[in-house]
Design a protein around this ligand. Structure first.
Ligand code: HEM
Length: 445
């Protein structure tokens, strides 16, 4: 049984959010996430919750070998499927990567994990691999609705030194959720021709993106780059052509006799930023689009359909272009500015947590695949291109045709991004200014 959308008409998608599994309170997060499975499936729950610690102690593989083959149809609700996905994904990745440092990586995933993981993933419309739903969307709980403390259900390797990455990412999803009402307001106003409502909605969207960036900046408070890069990132890795250890893929025993290939987990699989792209009509380059499309296969089916529905619904950008109201254009441009700035800031975070760590560990070698990003993207050129394509969406003045940033946003100075941020190592200027990673590496040698 797979997750089936109840929706047949998507013209007014903003009136049907729950059909897409989008919550008006917490956005793409699983609203009533669970941390308990039905008693019959207790072995998954017990092993999943301690898998990271067992992996660190080198004891997880033995436990997996002893795991009974359980029937996934005992799962009763969407929320239980999400929790099961999170637990089985954690168990599977800990199993595959436990002895990676010794160069020992299994080519076959045992049936007791492979079969239910595959079916649970099918139900959710996901690939059976550790993805953003497993680590973030379904992996959180709060004491109460008002509580600020986010707890993780399933810790990952490096816990507690890597937990902050999850907490910040989940908080960014919560920030997005708080802005859902403005997205609804924007589209209601768009379809009723209410320009004042449209300006208010767009202002709310811009504020949401700024709030998300503010939260992203908190990554530096408690997330040390070393455990992020050396413990978490290897654990996120998938299998297939981009993999050093499993280039052929992984055999899922009881599912397929030939190896299956999947990308690893990445916060790029968050639907939040692609939602803003779809709403604002941001178009990416021919080089970036295949990856951005591909990672939709790693989003739950409802969220993927949600992005399709926005893209096939009324065009906000066309409406703004034709609008005679300068306030509408200004409000739209503020959203573009905020999204450009988010991407610009995210880029500096990536330099600190990935590129510089990679250089420390491997040197600036041209074979440095770590600098490619989790999905094998050429990290620098890719992230620069998504940012630059966003910046290009600024709409010019109707009268003069001139493009300009809003004067009241003093933190954004023209198209100059904060590339000189103190987060950047002096040597990274070269990286930032270059056209592609490969060119940088060639120049360096
Ligand atoms: C330590 C924190 C982070 C690091 C080191 C990081 C790193 C990266 C890297 C290397 C990529 C390239 C593509 C890939 O590897 O999949 C990427 C893409 C991306 N990341 Fe992050 N990321 C971080 C946090 C986040 C968070 C919290 C979000 C939440 C929204 C996010 C959203 C994205 C998006 C949407 C992309 C796709 C590119 C785009 O649309 O501009 N990242 N990130």
């Amino acid at each position: 049984m797979a997750f089936v959308l109840k929706i047949d008409r998507v013209d007014e998608w903003w009136t049907r959010l729950e059909d897409f599994r989008v919550s008006e309170k917490v956005g793409f997060l699983v609203e009533n996430s669970l941390d308990l499975l039905p008693e019959y499936l207790l072995p998954w729950e017990q092993l999943g919750k301690k898998a990271a610690k067992l992996m660190d102690a080198g004891e997880l593989k033995d436990q997996v070998e002893k795991l009974p083959c359980l029937d996934y149809t005992h799962l009763r609700s969407y929320e239980e499927y999400c929790l099961a996905h999170s637990l089985l994904s954690t168990i599977a990745h800990c199993y595959v990567w436990q002895d990676r440092d010794k160069g020992v990586v299994p080519e076959v995933l045992p049936r007791a994990v492979a079969v239910p993981w595959y079916h649970v993933s099918q139900y959710l419309g996901l690939n059976p691999v550790y993805c953003y739903l497993a680590c973030m969307l379904a992996n959180w709980k709060k004491e109460s609705e008002d509580s600020c403390d986010i707890e993780l259900i399933c810790g990952a390797p490096g816990t507690p030194h890597t937990d902050w990455f999850f907490i910040v990412s989940i908080q960014i999803e919560i920030d997005f959720g708080k802005g859902i009402k403005d997205i609804i307001k924007t589209y209601q106003a768009l379809t009723t021709g209410d320009d004042n409502g449209l300006i208010e909605g767009l202002q709310g969207i811009a504020d949401t993106i700024k709030r998300m960036q503010q939260t992203l900046s908190r990554m530096h408070e408690k997330q040390d780059p070393w455990p992020f890069y050396n413990k978490l990132r290897p654990f996120f890795e998938g299998w297939g052509a981009q993999s050093k250890f499993l280039p052929e893929g992984l055999i899922y025993e009881g599912v397929s006799d030939s190896p299956l290939q999947y990308l690893g987990g990445s916060a790029a699989q968050s639907s939040t930023i692609q939602t803003f792209d779809a709403i604002l009509g941001v178009k990416h380059t021919a080089e970036a689009v295949p990856y951005l499309r591909k990672i939709r296969e790693y989003m739950p089916a409802g969220h993927r359909e949600f992005l399709n529905a926005i893209e096939n619904g009324p065009s906000l950008r066309n409406h703004v272009r034709l609008s005679r109201d300068d306030g509408v254009r200004k409000a739209y441009n503020k959203c573009i500015q905020a999204l450009t700035e988010f991407r610009s800031y995210h880029f500096t975070v990536t330099v600190k947590y990935v590129l510089l760590q990679s250089y420390k560990k491997n040197g600036k070698s041209s074979n440095n695949t770590d600098a490619q990003g989790a999905g094998g993207t050429y990290l620098v050129s890719f992230l620069k291109s998504t940012r630059d394509q966003t910046a290009r969406c600024i709409l010019g003045d109707r009268e003069t045709g001139q493009m300009k940033w809003q004067a009241d946003d003093m933190d954004l100075e023209g198209l100059k991004m904060k590339e000189s941020s103190s987060l950047l190592h002096p040597g990274t200027n070269l990286i930032v200014k270059s056209k592609s990673d490969q060119e940088i590496f060639k120049e360096d040698h």
